[in-house]
Design a protein around this ligand. Structure first.
Ligand SMILES: Nc1ncnc2c1ncn2[C@@H]1O[C@H](COP(=O)(O)OP(=O)(O)OP(=O)(O)O)[C@@H](O)[C@H]1O
Length: 269
């Protein structure tokens, strides 16, 4: 069977900085797959390569058998993408935000209203659809972004850190929606995360990335089992990379931390 995602020897450098280094992996249709790793591991760069936002340098990526390099337009239509940065317009209502995406993705005019209803129902925002998005909470904004990404019924949903900056209740609610959509629609999901709990809650398999390279691949339980009973992400990371996560975050310096905090503040803002 054709893989949902087939990544072969993928490499990407920003100048002399190697952000993705000889990455190969394959995601099956219907799977929820996580790219797990600390700041700067190369997760976002990887998903920007496979969703055609960055041009390929070395290696190949196929989405449901279609080449990212030569069939970018086809690939875009197979994908729903929720980026890390805010993608909603605060001056529009929740419903208008989704309608805008429906037009952007050429959802046929006759079907638009029902498709918008459908995705707003899925994320439980129908009751709030007429409010300006600027009045939504952080969790509601994230659910609205999910609705936008789903309105063209993508075969592959790509989520970049879907719950960063959310409180535990809002985070659970996003997890529930993603799991439900996957169950009900057999969608393939690729997400990036810093959180072992998020991988536990959602992912069938995860790839642990460090400095652009794949360091471990398996179910969250398998990764944890290798690191010992009750292992946290910290333990898993140390086991598979020989480095401590905390040292690494400090070593990475303030800038990326500040960027992440700003992103969160903007999102909640
Ligand atoms: N536009 C850019 N120009 C230069 N370097 C970049 C750029 N984008 C990312 N990088 C660098 O590439 C590396 C990988 O970054 P990437 O954003 O893919 O990591 P990540 O695992 O997604 O981290 P985060 O969780 O912080 O988003 C990092 O060292 C980062 O500083």
């Amino acid at each position: 069977m054709t893989a949902a995602i087939d990544i072969r020897a993928l490499g990407y450098s920003f100048g002399s900085h190697r952000a993705v280094d000889d990455l190969s992996l394959s995601v099956e249709a219907g799977e929820c797959f996580g790219l797990l790793g600390p700041n700067g591991a190369g997760k976002t760069t990887t998903i920007r390569l496979l969703n055609t936002l960055l041009p390929l340098q070395t290696g190949e990526v196929e989405i449901f058998g279609r080449s990212v390099r030569t069939e970018a337009m086809v690939v875009r239509r197979l994908l729903g993408y929720v980026p890390q940065q805010l993608s909603i317009e605060g001056a529009l209502t929740g419903r208008e935000n989704v309608e805008w995406f429906a037009r952007l993705f050429d959802v046929p005019r006759r079907e638009r209203a029902s498709r918008v209803d459908e995705v707003l129902d899925m994320v439980d925002l129908r009751a709030d659809e007429s409010r300006l998005a600027s009045t939504y909470s952080g969790g509601m904004v994230r659910r609205l972004e999910l609705a936008q990404a789903l309105v063209n019924r993508p075969a592959l949903l790509v989520l970049d850190e879907p719950t960063v900056g959310l409180d535990p209740v809002a985070r659970d609610s996003v997890w529930q929606r993603v799991a439900q959509m996957q169950r009900d629609h057999g969608m393939t999901v690729l997400l990036t995360t810093h959180y072992m709990e998020e991988a536990d809650a959602l992912c069938d398999r995860v790839a642990l990335m460090h400095r652009g390279a794949l360091r471990a691949l398996g179910s969250p339980d398998e990764l944890r089992a290798a690191a010992g009973p009750g292992a946290t992400l910290e333990d898993v990371f140390r086991h598979h990379t020989g480095e401590a996560l905390e040292d690494l975050d400090v070593e990475k310096g303030g800038l990326r931390g500040v960027r992440a905090t700003r992103r969160t503040a903007r999102r909640l803002g």
